[in-house]
Design a protein around this ligand. Structure first.
Ligand code: MN3
Length: 192
């Protein structure tokens, strides 16, 4: 197997009460695991995807010569694997403030509060399933959202902070209250 499900770097319950243990367990053990399984299946069928770095492949997604069906499978599951692998790492039960990132955020968005406001707006207004992102885009910080599991690497950007706003990320605890989940999530984002 080429790609592997990373271990969660903390217990399922570590992000309580903001994200509940059952949601974390299903999200990691079922959803993320399924992306990895389907990614490995499409890699196995396409030599073009074998032995290559996933980020590198995603950066040149448009030029991949897979069948349309395999390209869609790779987009959803390669993106899903990359996005969730980052998501687990940027969260934690205790803050580990990234001072350099904080300074960049302040100089780009004016203040941490205005950054949070703009990011939360992008997350709340992503229609349907997707992600909100803080990315490095050619040296500049930018906020936007993507649909489904589309990765910022597909447009040449590097994701720094990503928030999963698929219903599977919050529905057990927050039901249809996505803004309440977004508000709570800032408590478990360890970087800022
Ligand atoms: Mn998810």
């Amino acid at each position: 197997m080429t790609h592997q499900l990373p271990d969660l770097p903390y217990d399922f319950s570590a992000l309580e009460p903001h994200i509940d243990a059952r949601t974390m367990e299903i999200h990691h053990d079922k959803h993320h695991a399924a992306y990895v399984t389907k990614l490995n299946a499409v890699v196995e069928n396409n030599a073009e995807l074998q032995g290559k770095d996933l980020v590198e492949l995603m950066r040149r997604f448009d030029s991949l010569s897979l069948s349309e069906e395999d390209k869609t499978t790779f987009r959803h599951n390669g993106g899903g694997h990359l996005n969730h692998s980052l998501f687990w790492e940027i969260m934690g039960p205790a803050k580990e403030i990234d001072e350099e990132l904080m300074e960049r955020i302040k100089s780009t968005f004016g203040s941490v509060d205005s950054f949070k406001e703009e990011f939360s707006h992008a997350a709340a207004n992503r229609f349907g399933s997707g992600w909100a992102w803080l990315v490095d885009s050619k040296g500049e910080l930018k906020i936007y959202s993507t649909a489904n599991q589309d990765s910022p690497y597909m447009q040449g950007d590097t994701p720094i902070i990503g928030l999963d706003v698929w219903e599977h990320a919050y529905y057990l605890k927050y039901q249809n209250q996505r803004p309440a989940y977004i508000d709570a999530w800032w408590n478990v984002l360890k970087l800022i």
